[in-house]
Design a binder for this molecule. Structure first.
Ligand SMILES: NC(=O)c1ccc[n+]([C@@H]2O[C@H](COP(=O)([O-])OP(=O)(O)OC[C@H]3O[C@@H](n4cnc5c(N)ncnc54)[C@H](OP(=O)(O)O)[C@@H]3O)[C@@H](O)[C@H]2O)c1
Length: 240
């Protein structure tokens, strides 16, 4: 599929997987909106991207705030007049046993990883239905399906993301909107340093490899619909 000129919003674009996806989409000729809380990092990414592609639009926002989903989509429409691709990538994770996890950590995990993507999708649908190549990509995790010790709040929030994504994929299929999830294991970003410091860095998936999958979804819009891609480390334990 031709991707040049598509309009994309990527959450959590200030670093890690989101930054790699943003760079890839810009290189594919898209007009992109990048968002996160760290204004300096977003400005650095904008400087990098505008050397190779159209200037991205920055929105500095905390995705856990209830008014952020409406603001992200509203500003995207105001800036570019539509939206073709939404990548819900921003994520929050803590490594704590269930007994140690407090109310704030539970609520924040759910707000960032499940509630925000849910309502960003809801805000985007009226505009995505006008697009000929409408796509939503939700970045989940291996713990959207499995349970790892000390990841109860994170796993619960990613299971919630997977759950609503399955329903959404069917609800918006008649509107021509495709919904995909990507569920990676350890990727070489800041997050994995706090969650899985035990993994040898040389064995981590690279963020660019997740961007490869995003690109695949967009370039291959045929009759085969891929709901979810599980991505595990090539050198990880075969028992997980
Ligand atoms: N790394 C892994 O091993 C791994 C594995 C499976 C799934 N994932 C998932 O992949 C996605 C990206 O993670 P990553 O590894 O790239 O993590 P990361 O390096 O920690 O980046 C997280 C991103 O989310 C943004 N973010 C976090 N809280 C936010 C908030 N309250 N409001 C707005 N933005 C917020 C951060 O931006 P600011 O700091 O600028 O706010 C940052 O851009 C997440 O959904 C994560 O759960 C990661």
């Amino acid at each position: 599929m031709e991707t040049k000129g598509m309009i994309a919003l990527i959450t959590g674009a200030s670093r890690g997987i989101g930054e790699s996806i943003a760079i890839r989409l810009a290189a594919m000729g898209m007009q992109i909106v990048i968002t996160g809380r760290d204004a300096d990092k977003l400005e650095m990414l904008k400087d990098h991207i505008q050397k190779i592609a159209p200037k991205p639009h920055i929105i500095v926002a905390d995705i856990s705030a209830p008014d952020t989903p409406g603001r992200l989509i509203g500003e995207t429409i105001q800036m570019f007049g539509g939206i073709d691709l939404l990548v819900n990538n921003a994520g929050y994770a803590i490594s704590k046993s269930l007994e140690e996890t407090d109310y704030h950590e539970w609520d924040h995990s759910m707000a960032v990883n499940a509630r925000a993507p849910f309502f960003i999708c809801k805000e985007a649908i009226p505009y995505l239905r006008e697009s000929a190549c409408a796509t939503i990509i939700n970045i989940s995790s291996v713990v959207g399906r499995l349970g790892y010790v000390h990841q109860a709040a994170y796993a619960a929030s990613k299971h919630a993301l997977m759950g609503f994504s399955k329903v959404l994929a069917k609800e918006v299929q008649p509107l021509g909107i495709r919904v995909h999830t990507i569920a990676p294991g350890g990727v070489a970003t800041d997050m994995v340093k706090t969650m899985r410091a035990d993994i040898d860095e040389s064995q981590l998936i690279q963020p660019e490899e997740i961007a490869d999958i995003v690109e695949f979804f967009l370039r291959h819009r045929g009759n085969a619909m891929i709901d979810n891609i599980d991505v595990r480390r090539a050198n990880g334990t075969p028992f997980a």
